[in-house]
Every structure is written in C-alpha cells, then in structure tokens.
Design a protein around this ligand. Structure first.
Ligand SMILES: [Zn+2]
Length: 166
C-alpha cells in the first residue's frame, strides 16, 4: 500500500499544469510541485501569481478560461453597478488567499458583452468558476472576502479539483 502511495506521489510531482500568465496571457507549463514556489512566466518573466485579479478581455479570456488547467474565478461586473463596486475590493483581497489554487479575473460585462453572453450572465455582480471553458459553479451578489474564499474552496471540492492545491 505504501508503494502505491509513493508511486502516486511521484506521478503527482511529475505532473505539469498549463498556467496562463496574468501579464501577457502566454500559457506556461508549470510542474505541479513548483506551483506554490513563485513560478515566473517563461516569456515575460513576471510572476505567474501576483496576488491580484487579472483584467479579462477578448484578448486574454480564452488563455485563462479555456487553455489553462487552473480554474478561473470570474467577477462579472459593470461600472454603473453599485454593488459591483462594493464587491471589487473584497474580490481583490481574495486573490492572494486563493492563488495558486485558482486564477481570479474580472470581466467588465459592458465592455465585453459577448463573453458575458456566452455564460448567460444576467445579474451582476456574479461570480463564475470556469475551467477549460466549462462553468463549474456560480453565485450572485456581494460577498465579503472570507465568503468568496469559502465559496471557491467549496466549489473546488464539489468539482473534485482539490488535487490542484500545491
Ligand atoms: Zn508572461
């Protein structure tokens, strides 16, 4: 039994994940074991995890939401929406607590209605967890930072994605 566990551990350590860079959206292959050790982008050399939410747009959305192996938690918001502005700092503060488990990103639904439409976003603020293009979980309304963290961890458990945890 211990042999099997050791084998599984070796496999897990050898495993690599595709991670999109928050600066230039290039997709990096990162060994699982290095995820939590401040990996840098091979192209721009900026940190792959900067403790901040990424501004998502038409140019980088697919890198984070489709090509990356990490789930991206998207805050769907708009400038005119008061509750969204209350949510923004809470969401930002959740980023350093949740990386490198997930990527956090913000999507302006007014500027990028096609992407919001793809996920059928009707109420804002809404948070959606997306991995490989598929929405895993969604919640709506303003949440404090601790509730955002709890919701993400619960959604990861529900989707059996906790193995991503470094
Ligand atoms: Zn980069």
């Amino acid at each position: 039994m211990s042999d099997t566990t050791a084998d599984q551990r070796r496999v897990a350590e050898a495993e690599t994940l595709l991670v999109a860079c928050p600066t230039d959206a290039s997709v990096n292959r990162v060994p699982h074991a290095k995820l939590a050790r401040s990996p840098k982008c091979g192209r721009c050399h900026n940190p792959l995890f900067a403790g901040k939410a990424v501004e998502l747009d038409g140019a980088n959305f697919d890198s984070h939401a489709l090509r990356s192996d990490l789930p991206v938690v998207v805050d769907f918001w708009a400038e005119w929406c008061g509750p969204c502005r209350m949510m923004t700092p809470n969401f930002e503060m959740a980023a350093p607590r949740l990386e490198p488990l997930v990527r956090l990103g913000k999507l302006d639904t007014e500027a990028h209605p096609a992407i919001a439409g793809r996920y059928g976003i009707r109420a804002i603020p809404s948070m959606g967890m997306i991995r490989k293009g598929r929405e895993i979980a969604r919640t709506s309304g303003v949440l404090p930072t601790s509730a955002i963290v709890d919701w993400v961890e619960q959604a990861l458990r529900g989707a059996a994605l906790t193995s991503v945890k470094a």
